[in-house]
Design a protein around this ligand. Sequence first.
Ligand SMILES: Nc1ncnc2c1ncn2[C@@H]1O[C@H](COP(=O)(O)OP(=O)(O)OP(=O)(O)O)[C@@H](O)[C@H]1O
Ligand SMILES: [Mg+2]
Length: 396
Amino acid sequence: MTKLNINDFVGTVGRPKILMVDDREENLVALERLLRDLPLELYRASSGNEALKLTLHHDFALALLDIQMPEMDGYELAEILRNEEKTASMPFIFISAIYTDNINVFRGYEKGAFSYITKPFEPEVLLNKVKFFVEKYQQEELLKITLNNLENLVQERTLELEKANGELVRSNEELERFAYVASHDLQEPLRVISSYLQLLEKKYNDQLDDKAQKYIATTIDASTRMKRLINDLLLFSRVGTRGEEFIGINLNDLIADVLSDLEVTINEHKAKIEVDSLPEIKGDPSQIRQLFQNLIGNGIKFGKPDVPSYIKIGYRNDEDNQVELFVEDNGIGIEKEYFDRVFIIFQRLHTRQMYEGTGIGLAISKKIVERHGGQIWIESEPGQGSVFKFTLAGII
Ligand SMILES: Nc1ncnc2c1ncn2[C@@H]1O[C@H](COP(=O)(O)OP(=O)(O)OP(=O)(O)O)[C@@H](O)[C@H]1O
Ligand SMILES: [Mg+2]
């Protein structure tokens, strides 16, 4: 244990209090003179009863007890103090003019909780004993304070966490409610807007000049995009709340399904897809399917112009029964500074004109992986293709 700095202690809890009990005034004065240079608060009692009264109002680090006193001697006093909860662990130094075997009475008490000194004594001997007990007291008090602080800290953090958790649940619920409102209430007026625009275009076509027709076409286009954004937001908010139970999934079968869904795109881009023999994992099948669809779809979509897309899907076993899977492409690649940003909802690195999409795929993918207790990350360099890696729970 590191040596305590006595001044640190005094700054934190004040000077340790010492109780001196002796029926003779001159002995008390002598003790006080001996101890006055130490950073202590000294209390005098001229009888056992007076000492008991003082212990009601103060916490003492140590008591110096004269043994021979009228009414109540030092041993009797010590016995009473031992039986009081407040003073049960207070150490004593007995000071006696004669050596007595009565000290044996205290042999059964906690080791080191008391000491004994006979008069006449060397001042240094008593000083050292007092210092020993005071230091022990200080260490214990500091430990108590530290433990207390730690306990408070843990309690504070737990409360903060609980609060943050509550807020998270609330904000998720809010997002869910918003998505509901968005999908039902917003889509209806949107549908009215686009159908009336279409009517306008159809019925009054002759009366509208080119500019007006262009304005209408742009507005119809925008409302179609808005509909898609609203649908995407709804999909995103449902990953956490509308998921299905986890079951064992044969990834080879699942990817075969995904590839057949993507057949048109694959043919369009003359993409070559290579799939390793994959392990079984545990998860929500429709979400895992969506995950691979997003990643493979992106790999094909963000291919280099005039270069046939090449996608490879594989895995390696991780520790803790996790499987680390990857979807690798030979496409345009991503700059390191965007590795985090692309996982944020509606964040895209390209215009719609260059590559179609709303920027929802990776946000949903991340949410799916996290719902499965895994992580997702990117390894890529611009022009060198990208690897999307993610972990999922394997099956033993
Ligand atoms: N394999 C990839 N290679 C290069 N860039 C990628 C790749 N995958 C994603 N990106 C970049 O990250 C952005 C976000 O991807 P995300 O899948 O979320 O959206 P999106 O594909 O543009 O639209 P959506 O998925 O809604 O159709 C993309 O717009 C693209 O800029
Ligand atoms: Mg995408």
